[in-house]
Design a protein around this ligand. Structure first.
Ligand SMILES: [Zn+2]
Length: 172
């Protein structure tokens, strides 16, 4: 089932609504720009409610499968992203102090808010900065050199040779 893009989150919280469904790739433009391709719709379960301090909250789980570039072999690699999130609906930045550290502030200045943008923010936070194939699945692993070491081990060596890293080691 397709999730609604525009919602009234405070009303949903007052009613204790649970939304379950999916967002099509076309509603995830920033995620699309951040990866090679989006392989599946974004699936989400979002529970709206009111906590014991009368704050309006939305929490749930989301998952999506994307295609990114493996930074070892430069071929596409499928990355299954999934994350839990918890957000507290507030009117303005003045209320940021009311949001506990285990929740994201969700500033909703009008009645209506964009659910796909919120979920896209959450999945972008879950997206690793660099992606690799699993060990043994990467063609970058097969190019073993004469001494039998993989490219990855050599990469590690390059990192160790970086003058800044050596400086770091000297400081210790
Ligand atoms: Zn690879």
């Amino acid at each position: 089932m397709a999730l609604p893009t525009l919602i009234d989150p405070r009303k949903l919280a007052n009613q204790g609504i649970v939304l379950e469904g999916q967002f099509h790739v076309k509603h995830l433009p920033r995620l699309a720009a951040a990866v090679t391709d989006i392989e599946t719709p974004l699936s989400a379960l979002v529970k709206f409610g009111i906590d014991e301090s009368r704050a309006k909250v939305a929490s749930g789980t989301l998952s999506v499968s994307v295609l990114a570039q493996c930074q070892r072999c430069l071929n596409p690699v499928t990355v299954a992203l999934s994350t839990d999130f918890a957000a507290q609906i507030i009117w303005s930045e003045d209320q940021l102090v009311n949001v506990p550290s285990d929740r994201e502030p969700w500033i909703v200045v009008d009645k209506m808010a964009s659910l796909n943008e919120l979920l896209e923010d959450e999945i972008l936070l879950a997206l690793p900065l660099v992606n690799y194939h699993e060990d043994g699945m990467c063609t970058g692993d097969t190019f073993l050199s004469e001494d039998g070491r993989s490219n990855k081990e050599k990469d590690d060596e390059i990192v160790a040779d970086n003058p800044f890293n050596i400086l770091q080691q000297l400081k210790k």
